[in-house]
Design a protein around this ligand. Sequence first.
Ligand code: ZN
Length: 130
Amino acid sequence: MENKPESGKQYALTGGSGEACIANGNSWAESEVPFVPGNIIKDLGGEHVIIGMGSCGLCNRRLYGYEDCPYPDPRGALGDNTASVFVSEDYNMEGPDVTVCWDCSNNNGAETYNLALSLAKNQWESKVQS
Ligand SMILES: [Zn+2]
């Protein structure tokens, strides 16, 4: 695959440390910005304002949601870039929410789902019984 920008697509030229962008040495494909936070998009249930939801802890894909619905239906306009969240409470643990892409949490079968869950659990602590 050729490493060059395609017309009509947006790319991140700069970014923070660890973020996929040209300045950090990522390829054009890796630096593509598929959705722009603040833009309005038509999706299931009408129009929504796009918000950034960080990036997938496994594949580094950029994650998005809507201002009125941070975790929308992945069959909608955001597709595989829909954020999917692991909440520590669901596993009787304590820690920050861990977001991964819909693809990693669902579409690749148990392998990436289990990876995503162990990634999350590594950041959590068991609840202390009081
Ligand atoms: Zn992913």
